[in-house]
Design a protein around this ligand. Sequence first.
Ligand SMILES: [Ca+2]
Ligand SMILES: [Ca+2]
Length: 390
Amino acid sequence: MRPSVITALLIAKLLVAALFACAPSKRSFADDPVVQTLYNRVQMVTFRSTVLEQDKSFTVVLPQNYDAAIDDWPVLFFLHGSGRHERSLVDVQSKRDALKAGNYVTILPDGDRSWWIDSPYGDYGTYLEETFAVAENLYKLSSNPKHRAITGWSMGGYGAVRYAQTHADEFSAVSPIIGVIDYPRDQSSFPEDQRYDIRTEIFTSNPSNWPAHNPMNFVQDLSGMSVQLITGTTAFDRTMNQNFSAQLTAADIDHTLTILEGGHSFDVTLENAIPLVVAHTNAVFAETLLGDFNGDNIVNLADYTVWRDNLGATDESLIFSAGDGLNGVDSADYELWKTNFGAVSANASSLPTGSLVPEPGSLMVFAIAAIALFRTTKCSGLRRTFSPPR
Ligand SMILES: [Ca+2]
Ligand SMILES: [Ca+2]
C-alpha cells in the first residue's frame, strides 16, 4: 500500500473512533423531551426523569387556540388514580373531549402507585416537581398562581390536595374528584363501606406516621384557593370528603362539595365530574382580568395610573390582585397591563356607558409609561402574557 493511502485510512479510522467516542451511550431525554401526537390537540411527552432515573411520560391536552409563540399559558395539572396512568383519560374519547373544553393546557403525568409523594416507594413528590418543570418549559406554562390549578381522582385527588398544600403559593384552584382525602388514619369510626386499606408501602404500618400525610391536618394551607370537592353517593370516599368539607368550613375556607350519583367509579362518577372541574377551572382562570388594576372589568389608562401609584408595593392587592402574582407591584405587572390593554372581562355584564376602550394605540401613553418604567425599575426579563380567550 502506498503511504498516502495508509495515511488516508488512518485518518478515516481516527475520525470514526472520534465519532463513536462522542456519541452518547444511552438516549437521554433530559434536554430533549420527545413529543408525539396521539390525537388532535393531544400529545405525549417522554423525558428522562433524573429523580426516578427512568424514562417517564406525560400527556398534554392543548386548548383550541394554543400558540407556541405565546408565553404564559394557564394550566391544569391532572393526577391519575392508582392502577391508572398518563393515558387513562385521553384514550377514552368522552373524557378526552371533556378535557378539550378547557381554555388552558392540561398536563396529565404518570405517578404509578406512588400517591404522588416522596415515600419509601419512591420520590414521586419531587418527581412531580420535575415533571411540571419539563411541561412548563415545553409548553410555556404560566407561573402565575392565578392561572394554575390542580386536580386528580382517587389517589390523584389525594395527590392534588397534598401538592397544593405543599406548594400553596402556586395555585388558585384545587379540585379533588372521589379523592381519598381523610387518609391515612384509623378508620374504625367510619361505616364499614367507607373505609380504605392503608397502603403501608407508602405510609408505613406505624399509625404515628400517618397524621403528617393526612390532608385533613393541613386544610389551612388551602386558604385563598378555590376548592371544589366532588364525590359519589355510594363512593367509599364520601365520608372522607364530607369530613374534609366540615374541616374547611371550620377553617372558614370557601369551597363546594358536590355529591354525584354513583360510586368510586372511573366510568360514572369521574366521567361526570370532569366537565364540572373543567367549567370550574375555566371560571377561576377567567375571574381575573390581568392588568385590570382597578377591578372595573376593562384594561385601560386608569389601570396604568393605579399601577404607577403603587409601584414598588410588596402586595399586589393594591392593584386588585390583577398582576402576575409575583414580586409585588413591579415591571412585570406593567407588561401585563400593556399586553392586555383594551381587554374587557368576560364577566363584564354592564360596563359604565362611554367607558369603552380609549385610543388603545396612543403612542404618547406608552412613551410616558416607558419613561416611568425606565426611571423606576431595573426592568429585566419581562415576559409576554397570554390573555384568556373571551
Ligand atoms: Ca380597569
Ligand atoms: Ca408582580
